[in-house]
Design a protein around this ligand. Sequence first.
Ligand code: HEM
Length: 169
Amino acid sequence: MLDQQYPGIDGFLGTRGSFMLDVVFVAMLVMVPLMLFSIYLVRYRARFLLHKRIQVSLAMILSVAVAIFEIEQRLVPWTARALPSPYFDPHHKWSCVVGYSLLVHLLFAVPTAVLWIYVVVQALRKFDRLPLPNAYSGTHRYWARLAAMGMTMTAVTGWGFYYLAYVAT
Ligand code: HEM
């Protein structure tokens, strides 16, 4: 139970997180294992089409979640619900532990978003509709591995920020 009123819609994880913060938190919890499973499928089981379907679905679901999340952030800034955190200083919102952790998170999140768009668009263009290894494979593997590592780090740093800002008391 929250013992205080916060602006915006409360989340469902029982923390100070807002509704969309909680949605993105849980989405990443599902996203990372599914992405790793999809990479396992393509690498060890040669399930190219299933890999394509999972990756394109993940990219679409995540874009919708992030878009709604960004709208929420414009309406209710992230700082409001971070006030009770011992790691947050409202007078130095970017130069306190919570602010630094958000900067580290954004350092991964922003390039990863760009990289994902690039990897998905290029894969759709360069592989056949029923995707099979071809001359583009090497380039895809290189950028796609970076994209997968970026997504994993985005999730880990995101959860770190969430804990520091919205769980810690
Ligand atoms: C951001 C989205 C994606 C990520 C993170 C991703 C990730 C990967 C990774 C890491 C591999 C290499 C696996 C290994 O180590 O052998 C791979 C292979 C492959 N991916 Fe993706 N992928 C994505 C999207 C797609 C899409 C949209 C398609 C199809 C249009 C696709 C088709 C393939 C194919 C055909 C291979 C096998 C390449 C080969 O080994 O010759 N991928 N993917």
